[in-house]
Design a protein around this ligand. Structure first.
Ligand SMILES: *Cc1c(COP(=O)(O)O)cnc(C)c1O
Length: 459
């Protein structure tokens, strides 16, 4: 991008295209009704602009597709594995890299070893699968986000930071019950907000003073590093890989979904320094994911990820990525739509509590807004509020801290005109938000209910 002009241009051109299917409002209304008003149940063909998730939905580059042709499918010790391991260690020099088919498999393995009843895992904010995997072991998943992070309207450059006093208090009282402390970078469930290097250094210092391992949930490490580069004092002259390596150096390990920043359609890993813990994790890996040099992945997947990792930290790409997400959020903000501010890295989060203030939390205002965006314009988003987080391990249903609707932006997939269309749809729905109905949940599964729950509008 030239320094002299303001238009954000995609730092790539299109080499291969996928058709989008247009639908009518009537078709969408019957499709969402048949889906039980749950956007996860839609056929993707009935969606025009799919902002459900940025997970596994990015466009791979020419060089990633070329790398796929180099995939070596040897069961053990494939050259594709060694290329993948080297690419991971280039940015995250942990002693052990354990490949998995996606992020939650890494979480499941780690918490199976470290979790259990009576344990408390701390995080700035647990992502839904992370929370579910902690709680599935009987442990408690505790969120220790700074106060600013809970207020969608408050401006703060690093709203994903951990509350250091609460961490210190937890460790001084219950050190023996805390097997690991996590930082999620960027904080997906809290608005895609970054964590500062200063906060990571402080969390690392506190954890190590108490002898507790510190791990990163590093799905969006490159976007977080870009925010550090842009916003944190003294960081603007550093190369992105250098910032990433410092983040890794502060931690004892990481879990990773390679479906996020590394441009994978599938993939993940667990990386750590502790030899004994790594051995326990590898033993579990073999039970469910596969041999330690492929995990749940094909050789070609490992190749695509190795190449993707090098593209994820390129400054031209990251500048475009963060600016183009902010473009959507800033346009909505100017139009008076309440959004989480500042705009996060991978998504724009609409504040459904503010926009649908006529609906109580248990009428699921976020779900109502997400359904309306689909009905109006075929835009698929996801509720991140009481539907996702309201059910407690003890069976109670309580309002979530925030009622958000996330418009997650797949990497390198949509153009600026697609985003102009999204802005138009959201602005239209927001203008009649006070007439949108509440919803009742008519089917609820035992865990991770948002994926398969069914709803009905209430009059
Ligand atoms: C996506 C994600 C995960 C889980 O990864 P999957 O690949 O979807 O299993 C964990 N943590 C965060 C912050 C995520 O965004």
């Amino acid at each position: 991008m030239s320094d002299d002009f303001h238009t954000i241009i995609e730092p790539f051109r299109i080499h291969s295209v996928e058709p989008l299917r247009m639908t009518t409002k009537e078709q969408r209304e019957s499709a969402i009704q048949a889906a039980g008003y749950n956007l996860f149940n839609l056929h993707a063909q009935d969606v025009l602009i799919d902002l459900l998730t940025d997970s596994g939905t990015g466009a791979m580059s020419r060089d990633q597709w070329a790398a796929i042709q180099h995939g070596d499918e040897s069961y053990a010790g494939s050259p594709s594995w060694f290329r993948f391991e080297a690419a991971v260690k280039e940015l995250f020099p942990f002693r052990h890299v354990i490949p998995t088919h996606q992020g939650r498999a890494a979480e499941k393995i780690l918490f199976s070893v470290l979790g259990g009843p009576g344990k408390v895992v701390a995080n700035n904010t647990h992502f839904d699968t992370t929370r579910a995997n902690v709680e599935a072991t009987g442990a408690e998943a505790r969120d220790l986000l700074i106060a600013e992070g809970h207020d969608p309207a408050v401006l703060h450059p690093f709203k994903g930071n951990m509350d250091l006093e609460s961490l210190e208090e937890l460790l001084s009282e219950r050190r023996a019950d805390v097997p690991v402390v996590f930082l999620t970078i960027t904080n997906n469930s809290g608005g895609g907000q970054p964590v500062s290097l200063a906060n990571m250094r402080a969390v690392s210092e506190i954890c190590h003073r108490y002898g507790v391992p510190f791990f990163l949930d590093a799905c969006r490490f490159a976007e977080n590093a870009w925010f550090i580069h842009e916003r944190e004092a003294g960081q603007s002259a550093r190369e992105i890989p250098d910032i990433v390596r410092e983040m890794a150096s502060l931690a004892d390990g990481m879990t990773m979904s390679a479906k996020k920043d590394p441009f994978g359609n599938i993939g993940g890993w667990l990386a750590l320094n502790d030899d004994a813990l790594a051995e326990q994790c590898r033993n579990l890996l073999i039970l469910t994911e596969g041999f330690p040099t492929y995990g749940g992945l094909a050789g070609r997947d490992l190749e695509a990820l190795a190449q993707g990792l090098s593209e994820a930290v390129h400054p031209d790409y990251l500048r475009y990525r963060i600016r183009s997400t902010a473009y959507v959020g800033e346009a909505l903000d100017r139009a008076g739509v309440p959004v989480v501010k500042p705009i996060g890295g991978h998504a724009v989060y609409l504040d459904a509590r503010a926009l649908l203030s006529h609906l109580p939390a248990l009428a699921y205002p976020g779900q109502s807004l997400a359904v309306a965006l689909y009905q109006a314009g075929g835009v698929r988003s996801v509720e991140i509020g009481t539907v996702m987080f309201g059910r407690q391990p003890d069976g109670r249903e309580v309002p979530a801290a925030m009622e958000l609707v996330r418009l997650a932006i797949p990497r390198r997939t949509y153009t600026q005109s697609h985003m102009d269309y999204v802005i138009e749809v959201v602005t239209d729905v927001a203008s009649r938000a006070s007439s949108l109905p509440g919803y009742a949940m008519v089917y609820e599964p035992p865990a991770l209910r948002h994926f398969t729950a069914r709803f009905e509008p209430v009059a």
